[in-house]
Design a protein around this ligand. Structure first.
Ligand code: SF4
Length: 257
């Protein structure tokens, strides 16, 4: 990615002539370029992230783990990276508030590393947000896995109404695989409303059958990746709503079986 010196009026960033756009747009382009550059400088994962196992399409996960390039124009961009980064900052806030309220929430080991696990010879890994080892009597037995998400108001309200399992099956799956490998009986799932900073907390118990199904799914995806095979598509039609949102849609549907 080439970046020009905007102060000297030369020009083009991402193919946009920055002399013809507003100051706000010029600044935002620079921010997003910096974010994307930092993201690209990170080493690529050589493992299947347990947080992704709830993704319904095994083929999409196989593309991810084999570092397949997304369709043109569908790669991660500054807007997405800003959302991810903000989510981390909201998580830090929630952790600070919980600790101030008396919850002994641990997020790092003594050596400073993040809690987590590896399985399948290191090819399946998870990094958890934390563990609450003790806290006030609020009707939750400690220890509990701690998982945090920051959601927009609509998504947050839906979660409050329907609960993690129904409203957020991908997060439910993430919690289940974490509980299995961390050998914990339940999780405290905390979600912040990004618009109002309201907090929602739900206890999610371990579901061994769900965790086993996710573990089996991980094994199957890793096996397919090793064999250079593509798992079946999730739908019979490219117009399926998940395919329309998928960054591999063009590649996927143009690949002959
Ligand atoms: S386009 Fe659909 S079937 Fe193909 S990888 Fe994406 S979600 Fe799966």
């Amino acid at each position: 990615m080439d970046i020009v010196d905007l102060n000297h009026g030369s020009g083009f960033v991402y193919g946009i002539d920055t002399r013809e756009v507003s100051i706000a747009q010029r600044i935002n382009v620079l921010i997003d370029v910096a974010l994307v550059r930092a993201h690209r400088d990170q080493p690529a994962r050589d493992y299947l992230g347990a947080s992704r196992l709830g993704e319904p399409c095994a083929r999409r996960l196989a593309y991810e783990i084999t570092h397949t390039l997304p369709d043109e124009g569908r790669d991660i961009d500054g807007a997405m990276l800003r959302v991810f980064e903000a989510g981390h900052r909201f998580e830090v806030l929630s952790i600070e508030w919980l600790r101030a309220a008396g919850f002994d929430l641990r997020t790092r080991r003594r050596d400073g590393s993040q809690f987590g696990f590896t399985a399948a010879g290191g090819r399946l890994r998870g990094h958890i947000d934390g563990v609450i080892v003790a806290g006030p009597d609020v009707g939750v037995r400690w220890p509990a896995l701690f998982e945090h998400k920051a959601l927009n108001a609509k998504s947050w309200s839906d979660l409050v109404k329907r609960g993690v399992r129904s409203a957020k099956p991908i997060y439910f799956a993430q919690v289940q695989i974490y509980l299995a490998y961390m050998e914990l009986a339940h999780a405290l799932f905390t979600a912040m409303n990004k618009d109002s900073q309201e907090l929602y907390h739900e206890v999610v118990p371990f579901d061994p059958a769900a965790a086993q199904a996710l573990s089996d799914k991980a094994v199957e995806i890793l096996r397919a990746a090793d064999a250079a095979e593509l798992p079946p598509r999730i739908a019979a039609d490219a117009d399926f709503y998940l395919c329309r949102a998928c960054e591999y849609a063009k590649r996927c549907w143009e690949t002959r079986p």
